[in-house]
Design a binder for this molecule. Sequence first.
Ligand SMILES: [Ca+2]
Length: 304
Amino acid sequence: MTIKIIMDTDPGIDDAAALTMALNDPEIDLRLVTTVAGNVTVDKTTKNAQKILRFFNKDVPVAAGAKQPLIKEFEDAARIHGESGMPGYDFPEDLPKPLDKTAVEALHDEIMSSDEPITLVPTGSYTNIALLFSEHPEVKDHIERIVAMGGSLGLGNMTSAAEFNVFTDPDAAKIVYQSGIPIVMVGLDITMQALLTPESLSKLEHMNKTGKMLHDIISNDGDNSEAGIAMHDVNTIFYLLHPEAITTEAMWIDVITDGPAIGETVGDIRGAYHDGETNADVCVDIDSAAFNKWFLEEVAAINY
Ligand SMILES: [Ca+2]
């Protein structure tokens, strides 16, 4: 059984690794890639997504999306992902044009024409998805669930309170968490646990062409430590394929949209505000060794 997904993404080093897994794992059917401003500007994230598709010779359609958040001013993460968003590897530059429609229209068309409900996998800010729900609310009945990288029950990585994707567009995140669609929050609570270790990274280098490409871009990640490098977005794909390796807790997530905690995802762990209602399954624990083992096995299986 394959899982039909759409990735809404802002490559981005870890996005590129997540796309690599989604494009090549036989259990995942990646129907569409939409892009959003985030790690770098949307023209760059679109090109980067296309570079990964071109690298694997896959013709999954790409539609360019929002240039900026709904309300908040745009701030990129080029200090971590480099000026291009995906430095360190010489990708071919002869890229096809993206679809001649917006990300929102492409999302609408793909979701409504699918014969089964689709899983949305946002790995950037949620601006495109929030716009989609506002402009085409009928799509909500045709979405299986949203498995979203972003948020944190603990500390943030942009501010003390906020994780990057939610911080980038907190107003969009609020709309998505209030949409009524089942959401799995794949946040820093697990992505900062499941670091790609230095041993795993060095194994990638000599594995195959894919391993070399991932090694070279991941080595340029500005947010590394001695323990390893967080592969944030890749955890969404790992969750889809190996939910048994991740512990989730159902709770209500509220998104703070102003003030010093802007972009914080507040988990109502004690059920103080929502009468026991929940709107998300929040990932709280992960088998990091299983994540590393799976990551290497996925790349080895690509055989390219
Ligand atoms: Ca991302």
